[in-house]
Design a protein around this ligand. Structure first.
Ligand SMILES: *Cc1c(COP(=O)(O)O)cnc(C)c1O
Length: 371
């Protein structure tokens, strides 16, 4: 037996090269570390209003059934989604968060030698799922922090199978013009799948919104992913979905675990769809909160990237990590984005009015002493 065998070297090269995803710091971790009692977390783009009361009730109703397996086909939720979106049920794939859908897509379409294209500053899960499949990552330089579609198209070659586009993008919040996006998808070879990640879709006002669902008919290589984690306030339950051709959905369905969505999550998501007042309140609170934060930035002489999501990235004109750490000591958790090649920025999720104010007060103190 060779006792010097290095297990790490047995892993796929892509996995060896992976940098694990770094999540926002959990509230109780900071509580333990610093013994603070008042903590505000604006680090993971969660809904600050808490879940809808309809969701709580649906979960309570579902609890006695917990000894049963969930419906592996998610019939009730898919029916509700199909009706709401005016699509066919067989176009929907449910995931354990839309992150799982991203992983299913990578496992379905990528292998060593094949490539996935995305933008600089794009969502961190795209390189993760691509490398985990052993495939090659191709990153197009961003244009003013937004996706440069021409640069992305230039990276497409005969080995390309996937293009990931986050619209709006996280952590920049940038949004593509609907016409430019459609033109880009039409220009892609039909051998390349476009994964359009619309995790923040609900926050985009109608005027700016891309009517991407209607493109599916003429673009068989398009798939759209959405989530219940953000505007619907169910991040802790993990429910996301994709809308694609039935053919693509069938492929993803072969790769997924049979019971990838748990029973409570399915019931909760279905209930969340019915609470239109909650969604409206969420969106209104978000635009007020965005105004509250950006007004404070303006007053402080700071600039930020105009965001169409429920978060905003602010330019500190100095390294973000020390400011992040100083904010932690004051009980405020935000997100440093150096790992997104944005070392001088912090990303702030929009909270309630009180949470935003707590952050603004702490931020002003920290910035005043850091110069
Ligand atoms: C938050 C987020 C997701 C969704 O994550 P879930 O797995 O659905 O919780 C997907 N894409 C982007 C760009 C995100 O920011």
């Amino acid at each position: 037996m060779n006792n010097n065998c290095n297990i790490s070297q047995l892993a796929l090269q892509g996995v060896q090269d992976l940098v694990p995803y770094k999540a926002g710091k959990p509230i109780d971790e900071l509580e333990r570390e610093l013994g603070l009692t008042e903590i505000v977390k604006l680090a993971s783009n969660e809904n600050p209003l808490g879940p809808s009361p309809k969701v709580i009730k649906a979960i309570q109703t579902a609890l006695p059934e917990l000894s049963r397996y969930p419906d592996g086909n998610g019939f009730a939720l898919k029916t509700a989604l199909a009706k709401k979106l005016n699509i066919s049920m067989d176009q929907i794939t449910l995931g354990n968060g839309s992150n799982e859908i991203l992983e299913l897509v990578a496992r379905t379409f990528l292998e060593p030698g094949l490539e996935a294209v995305f933008s600089q500053h794009a969502f961190a899960v795209y390189p993760l799922v691509t490398q985990a499949a052993g495939a090659v990552v191709k990153v197009a330089p961003a244009l003013n922090y937004g996706h440069d579609l021409d640069a992305m198209l230039a990276l497409v070659n005969k080995n390309t199978r996937l293009v990931f586009i986050a619209n709006p993008n996280n952590p920049t919040g940038t949004l593509l013009l609907s016409s430019a996006l459609k033109q880009f998808i039409n220009a892609l070879p039909k051998t390349v799948m476009c994964v359009l990640d619309e995790a923040y879709f609900e926050f985009v006002t109608a005027d700016d919104s891309a009517d991407s669902l209607t493109w599916l008919i003429e673009c068989p290589n398009l798939m759209i992913t959405r989530t219940f984690s953000k505007a619907y306030g169910l991040a802790g339950l993990r429910v996301g979905y994709s809308i694609s051709s039935a053919e693509i959905a069938d492929l993803l369905n072969r790769v997924r675990q049979p019971f990838n969505n748990n029973m409570l999550a399915l019931a909760a998501a279905e209930a969340a769809l019915t609470d239109k007042a909650y969604l409206a309140k969420t969106i209104a609170a978000n635009s007020q909160g965005m105004e509250q934060l950006t007004s404070a930035f303006k007053e402080m002489g700071l600039s930020w990237i105009t965001s169409f999501g429920n978060f905003v990235s602010v330019d500190l004109k100095q390294a973000g990590v020390p400011i992040y750490e100083a904010l932690l000591k004051k009980g405020v958790i935000v997100r440093p984005v150096a790992n997104y090649e944005m070392p001088n920025y912090l990303r702030i999720s929009i909270g309630t009015e009180q949470e935003n104010q707590f952050f603004i007060d702490a931020f002003k103190q920290v910035m005043a002493t850091s110069k």
